[in-house]
Write a protein that binds this ligand. Structure first.
Ligand SMILES: NC(=O)CC[C@H](N)C(=O)O
Length: 385
C-alpha cells in the first residue's frame, strides 16, 4: 500500500495535460515521453541507461505486480527520467521480491505517475510523434489549479530536444573495469566466466549488463572502458574483439566515439555494435542517422534477417535510425524491421564488423536473435585461427 497518495500531473509540450496519482518520488521531472510495449521487465527498462532523459510510458496496464528485486537491473541505478503507467496493483507478490515498485521509485528518486489512460497517451504519441513532457507531483487533497497545469506545460516545453544531445558521455562509467559475470539462471543465480577464450574490450556508452553477461556466457573476458577512451588505448589492450554498446541520446554528436570506431574497424579487429553502437558504426563508416517519429520500444518487434529470410521477434529501444539511402558501398544491410522497413542490421563488406539496431540481449524480451553474439565469437575465432 502507498503511504500517501500524492497527486500528479503529466503535461506534454503540445499542451495536453493528464491527471493521475504520484507513485514515486515527490517533485517534478522532464524528458522525452516515449512508449514501450513490453509486457514484463519494468525494472530492467527503468535501469536501462539508454532511457536517460526519457520518460517511459508502459502500455501494459498492470505494472508492479511482481515488485522489484536486486538482480533484474541493467545498471546500478534507475536511468529513465520518469515512469507513466495505468495501474499499480495494490499488492506485489513474487518469491524474489524485496520491495514494491513504489518503494523502489521513491528510493531511487524517480518521479512516476499512475492512473493515466496510457492507451490515449500512446495513440497521441504515435500520431504526433514523441515529444517532451513533464510529470509534476502535487500535495494530496488539494485541488489542482490551472496555474499548476500551466507550470507543468511550461516545464515540458522548456526541456531540451533529444536531437543533438550527446548523452553517452553523461552516463558512461568513469574507469576501466573487468566484467566476468555470466547470465542469471533459476537455482544457480549468476555465474562466472571460467577459462575465458576471448578478450573483448567493450565501449560503455551506457551499456546494459545483460550484454556483458551474454558475452561472458560465451567465453569472453570483458574489459569495459569509458566512452571517450582513444582507439590507441583500446588496441594497446590487444583485444580479440571490440564491442560498441547501447546508449542514450543522439549518436551524431558523439564524434569521439565515431572517430575511435573508425580507427578500430580499420585495423581489422572483429567489432560488434548494438543499438547506439550500431548507429556509431554506421556513422563511422560514412552513413547518416535520423530521428524517428516515435521510435521502437518494446519486446514484440519482428525483424527479418535478409541473408536467411528468418524472422525473429526482437526487443527494441531506439529513437534514431540509420538512413538506408546513405549507406556507402562497403556497408551491407543484413536485417530490416517488419514494422516499418527501417534498417535493423548492417555488416561491413571489407572488415569483420557488424551491428544490430535492436537488442539481442533482450532484457526484457525474447532471445530469438541472440545468435548475433555467436556470430561475434565466430568472427573472433576465425581471426585467431
Ligand atoms: N538503446 C539504444 O542504444 C538507443 C540508441 C539511441 N539513443 C536511440 O535512441 O536511437
Amino acid at each position: 500500500m502507498l503511504p500517501i497518495q500524492e497527486q500528479a500531473l503529466l503535461a506534454l509540450a503540445d499542451g495536453t495535460v493528464f491527471q493521475g496519482i504520484s507513485i514515486g518520488a515527490v517533485g517534478h521531472t522532464v524528458g522525452e515521453v516515449v512508449f514501450n510495449t513490453s509486457l514484463t521487465g519494468y525494472q530492467e527498462i527503468l535501469t536501462d541507461p539508454s532511457y536517460a532523459r526519457q520518460i517511459v510510458t508502459l502500455t501494459y496496464p498492470h505494472i508492479g505486480s511482481y515488485g522489484v528485486n536486486a538482480e533484474d537491473v541493467e545498471a546500478r541505478k534507475v536511468h529513465a527520467a520518469g515512469l507513466i503507467i495505468k495501474d499499480l496493483p495494490i499488492r506485489a507478490s513474487n518469491f524474489r521480491e524485496t520491495m514494491t515498485l513504489s518503494q523502489y521509485l521513491q528510493r531511487e528518486g524517480t518521479v512516476a505517475i499512475a492512473n493515466i489512460d496510457t492507451r490515449q497517451l500512446t495513440r497521441l504519441l504515435r500520431t504526433k510523434g514523441a515529444q517532451n513532457g513533464c510529470i509534476l507531483t502535487l500535495p494530496a487533497g488539494e485541488s489542482i489549479t490551472q496555474a499548476d497545469r500551466d507550470r507543468a506545460i511550461e516545464l515540458a516545453q522548456a526541456a531540451p530536444s533529444m536531437a543533438g544531445l550527446d548523452l553517452a558521455q553523461v552516463v558512461t562509467q568513469g574507469g576501466i573495469t573487468e566484467w566476468t559475470e555470466t547470465e542469471w539462471a533459476l537455482g544457480t543465480g549468476f555465474g562466472e566466466v571460467k577459462d575465458a577464450k576471448y578478450h573483448v574490450v567493450a565501449y560503455d556508452y551506457g551499456v546494459k549488463r545483460n550484454i556483458l553477461r551474454m558475452l561472458a556466457s560465451r567465453g569472453c573476458r570483458v574489459t569495459v572502458v569509458p566512452a571517450k577512451t582513444p582507439a590507441a588505448d583500446v588496441l594497446a589492450m590487444n583485444p580479440d574483439g571490440v564491442f560498441l554498446s547501447n546508449g542514450p541520446g543522439d549518436p551524431e554528436p558523439c564524434d569521439y566515439a565515431i572517430e575511435s570506431t573508425r580507427q578500430i574497424i580499420e585495423t581489422g579487429v572483429p567489432t560488434f555494435g548494438i543499438c547506439l553502437g550500431h548507429q556509431i558504426m554506421a556513422l563511422a563508416s560514412g552513413a547518416r542517422t535520423f530521428k524517428m517519429k516515435f521510435g521502437h520500444h518494446g519486446g514484440n518487434h519482428p525483424v527479418k534477417d535478409l541473408d536467411t529470410n528468418q524472422v525473429s521477434i526482437t526487443s527494441q529501444n531506439h529513437g534514431f535510425a540509420v538512413d538506408e539511402k546513405s549507406l556507402p558501398a562497403n556497408l551491407r544491410p543484413t536485417h530490416i524491421s517488419l514494422f516499418d522497413g527501417t534498417l535493423q542490421g548492417l555488416a561491413r563488406t571489407d572488415k569483420p564488423a557488424f551491428c544490430f539496431q535492436g537488442h539481442p540481449e533482450a532484457s526484457p524480451g525474447p532471445h530469438d536473435i541472440a545468435y548475433l553474439f555467436d556470430r561475434f565469437t565466430a568472427l573472433m575465432e576465425k581471426k585467431n585461427a
